[in-house]
Design a protein around this ligand. Structure first.
Ligand SMILES: [Zn+2]
Length: 259
């Protein structure tokens, strides 16, 4: 146990770590300016660390089926947007380690149109067949709106369409319930949360906002982002269950949220 981890333990109560990823990439040309990716070789090291240290990956389906389970040494791996590299690179790694994950799908566009508008390279999303194959394997598919909009800037009517419409799309695609949702750009207000609940989701994840302890607010679950800068030792503290990164510190370093 590192000194740093001991300090974290003293400061915080245990909270189920919910990690936030986007793309998985293998070459320099694939990277965009917002750095919403991890290198495949880094992810492999991270998964190996989880495996060798007895971690279990779970989904919101597992939590919903068994809400009172012991959460220690468990982690939820989430991947936003539904990029094609999730099928090509992530899926084989998950299978190899017998791990699972949650993927949040944007259901009405086939590439990252919102990112392209900000100067990101165009990246394709997974095909319906690929999404279905991963879902059938046991990867949870959740909602992430139809068009990747900032919900906090939408009218109530648009919010409902983006949130409930997306849920219907995911359920039609996977033939399973969509029980969790991820707010694009971390855009949340009270109306967004209320509509997400009314649409029938059971859980919703934010980016780096929300209460410190998992389960305190099921509609604003804090996630911990893993980026290309996350070293293995930093990853260890991120999955320890004692890691806490308040949003005001992060916005101080990075400015506006872009994901
Ligand atoms: Zn997103």
């Amino acid at each position: 146990m590192s000194l740093y981890l001991n300090q974290l333990k003293k400061k915080n109560n245990y909270s189920l770590p919910v990690l936030l990823y986007h793309r998985v990439v293998t070459n320099e040309s694939a990277r965009g300016k917002h750095k919403i990716f991890v290198w495949q070789k880094d992810l492999e090291k991270q998964l190996l660390y989880l495996k060798e240290n007895g971690y279990q990956t779970i989904t919101f389906f597992d939590l919903h089926a068994n809400p009172n389970q012991d959460l220690t040494k468990k982690v939820i791996l989430t991947f936003d947007d539904g990029y094609e590299d999730n099928y090509r690179l992530l899926f084989p790694m998950l299978k190899k380690h017998h791990f699972t994950a949650v993927i949040y799908l944007v259901t009405q566009i086939n590439h990252n149109a919102w990112g392209v508008r900000e100067g990101e390279p165009r990246v394709e999303m997974m095909t319906d067949e690929q999404k279905r194959e991963m879902s059938d394997y046991g990867i949870e598919m959740g909602g992430h709106t139809q068009l990747h909009v900032d919900l906090s800037r939408c009218s109530a009517e648009e919010k409902w369409k983006e949130i409930k419409g997306c849920k219907d799309d995911v359920e039609k695609l996977t033939n399973k319930k969509a029980i969790s949702f991820a707010y694009p750009f971390g855009g949340i207000d009270e109306e967004v949360k209320r509509i997400t609940k009314e649409a029938g989701y059971e859980y919703a994840v934010s980016t780096n906002t929300g209460p410190k302890e998992f389960g305190t607010d099921k509609f604003q679950i804090r996630r911990i982002e893993v980026t290309p800068k996350t070293s293995l030792s930093s990853f260890k503290s991120k999955v320890s269950g004692y890691y806490f990164y308040p949003s005001f510190i992060k916005s101080f370093f990075t400015g506006k949220q872009t994901k």
